[in-house]
Design a protein around this ligand. Sequence first.
Ligand SMILES: [Zn+2]
Length: 156
Amino acid sequence: MRCPWCQSTEDKVVDSRVADEGESIRRRRECMNCHRRFTTYERLEDAPLWVIKRSGAKEPFDTAKLTRGIMAATKNSSVSDEQVDRIVQEIKGALKSAGKEVNYSQIGIEVLERLKETDEVAYLRFASVYKNFRDRKDFEHEVGLLLKGAPHDGKQ
Ligand SMILES: [Zn+2]
């Protein structure tokens, strides 16, 4: 299984357990190269999840791509690799339970909701990339909403 952090294919399983009420087996793996951990799920005839892009084209859901996107936003933040991994798995679970196809925008919203609760800086970084802010105004509007939602203790 390719490591989502360093792309190495050398890993070992450190823990296996039954998940989803017996529907799947969850395995914690440790990369032999970078020693970071990630989770895989084994399911019988795993139904593929399709992502509908802005262009209307479909592509299979890519866990590694989502992990990289969140990692880029959480770089040098308080969010740990374990948290990123958990966020990815949560989002995957949420999307899968919603159906076989998801819109690209749904994934972004799922990420934003979770980052908002986890780390403000990461949230804004992801929002600025994901929402493709065209100008400063959009970004300031988003910051305004965020500050309104979470009262500050004078850090800014
Ligand atoms: Zn690795």
